[in-house]
Design a protein. Structure first.
Length: 501
């Protein structure tokens, strides 16, 4: 316990520098902005800003990107409550009762409970990360190539199981991402693979180009194609801070949501997205008046919002300790770390303790900033919601193109991103989720590397993945998750959970 607080103390000394507080503030502000504007989202924003991180200090860059992620979770709830449009997928549940509260003139109360719940959840989640960091890192150091390969397989299987929509489509996206990661020169022989004689593919596809194309340009194409439908709340927002009695009534929901989010966020495969759904179902089940849910129940806002924020933060645990990204945003964080020359995994906490603990401590500072800077800015966000998105997109496209060209001074990279943007739009139209593709792409090279290393060590024997108890156990978990997901009753429940997404 003392060691944990010593580590957090080190993190605070790093995070409380003027430079890092500034990056944290910028990240939280941008994150809230993109959360408030439905259709942009943290994945597209972080993709667009990846080139900017090249010129930043590694710690500051990761603090800013992390702030964008959990700031977007907060901003998404603002849009869900005021406009009934979830700015983020995880804010779908918040929109159900949050907007009903807004119709009753309780928009301020809903926003205040969401902010306080998110802050409490963020504080607890920061302590959870600090407590689990050292044990998880020690576990990661026990992993050899076979164990890492099996862990990545488990993560990809869970990504398929927890992805929206069809299991088959999610599996196809994972496979497509892995195959795209193989484009370019073979890591051992140097021979070209799947380049089709195109010079621009000789060195493979850059992660920044893929992310900015599919998520940046793809999101813009998608939003230009869809008509804007917004019903911005016209009435008064009302008081923002709940009374002591209202806070006491919601404290149980906040703590239960925090616990659920903290647990589900650690799961590889985007378990964090299930946290608000699970919290809503739990609150409805234990409520004395479940029939009121959907009509403006405060606990149906405070619980899921707490679960949402806790899950967003604890999803950093598998990334920072094991090097396995549990969702698309964490896959982008892997890309940002690699751009800075940092290999994500158990070595980070040993080789770069300042970066690791500074990032963890910045999460608590960021959550405090979100409460302090956002509640007074609610009026600004309401006015911003009235701005047509079509006026924002030309500036975003120009920023994307400048960023892409600045990476390698190669116009071909901009063209490739444009083509990938059309691919991202096509995937959306065909109802394929792009997030598993990003995970497959990020893990594809690591998967191939660990597979080859394991086979070299075992003299080509595939049984090496089963003779190691840890590796066999991870593969067994992956197989069990896949089998359970195929069961008709589970598939029906899964479809119901993601129906509103």
């Amino acid at each position: 316990m003392m060691a944990m607080f010593e580590h957090l103390g080190l993190g605070m000394t790093v995070a409380f520098t003027l430079q890092n507080i500034f990056f944290c503030f910028i990240g939280c502000l941008i994150g809230t902005l993109v959360g408030v504007l439905p259709g942009v989202g943290p994945v597209a924003t972080i993709s667009i800003l990846l080139p900017v991180t090249l010129s930043l200090d590694p710690t500051g860059a990761l603090i800013m990107l992390a702030g964008i992620y959990y700031g977007a979770q907060y901003g998404g709830s603002t849009t869900a409550i005021l406009v009934n449009i979830p700015g983020e997928a995880t804010a779908v549940v918040t929109a159900i009762d949050g907007h009903e509260m807004a119709k009753k003139g309780q928009a301020g109360l809903a926003l205040g409970l969401a902010a306080i719940g998110s802050f409490i959840a963020g504080t607890v989640a920061t302590l959870v990360i600090a407590a689990l960091a050292t044990p998880m890192t020690k576990l990661g150091l026990l992993f050899g190539p076979a164990e890492y390969f099996s862990l990545m397989i488990m993560g990809l299987v869970l990504a398929v199981v927890l992805a929206h929509g069809s299991l088959v489509k999610a599996l196809a996206m994972i496979v497509a991402g892995v195959l795209l990661s193989c484009v370019g020169a073979d890591m051992e022989t140097g021979r070209e693979r799947m380049t089709f004689g195109l010079y621009m593919l000789t060195d493979g596809i850059e992660f920044v180009v893929l992310a900015m194309g599919i998520f940046g340009f793809g999101e813009i194409f998608k939003n230009l194609a869809d008509p804007e439908k917004r019903d911005v709340m016209r009435g008064t927002i009302g008081r923002l801070l709940p009374t002591f009695a209202e806070l006491r009534q919601n404290l149980g929901a906040i703590l239960r949501g925090t616990g659920l989010g903290s647990i589900l966020g650690v799961l590889p495969g985007n378990g964090a997205i299930l946290a608000p759904f699970a919290s809503y179902a739990l609150e409805k089940r234990i409520s004395d008046r479940p029939q009121d849910f959907g009509k403006g129940v405060p606990q149906a806002v405070s619980g899921p919002e707490s679960a949402n924020n806790a899950g967003a933060q604890t999803s950093f645990i598998p990334l920072l300790t094991l090097g396995i990204p549990p969702n698309a945003v964490m896959a982008l964080m892997v890309g940002a770390m690699m751009i800075q020359g940092i290999v994500p995994g158990p070595q980070v906490i040993q080789n770069s303790p300042d970066l690791f603990w500074g990032l963890v401590a910045s999460m608590w500072i960021g959550n405090l900033m979100l409460v302090v800077i956002n509640l007074p800015l609610i009026g600004v966000w309401v006015k911003l919601l009235k701005v047509p998105y079509r006026l924002l997109f030309p500036a975003i496209v120009a920023f994307c193109c400048i960023g892409l060209f600045s990476i390698s001074n190669d116009g071909a990279q901009v063209i490739m991103a444009g083509v990938l943007g059309l691919l991202g739009f096509a995937l959306y139209k065909l109802q394929f989720e792009a997030a598993p593709l990003a995970l497959g792409f990020v893990l594809g090279r690591l998967l191939e590397e660990k597979l080859r290393q394991a086979l070299i060590i075992s003299d080509g024997s595939m049984t090496t993945f089963l003779t190691s108890p840890l590796s066999a156990g991870l593969l067994l978990v992956a197989l069990a998750a896949l089998v359970i997901a195929i069961l008709p009753s589970i598939r029906k429940s899964r479809d119901e959970i993601f129906a509103d997404d």
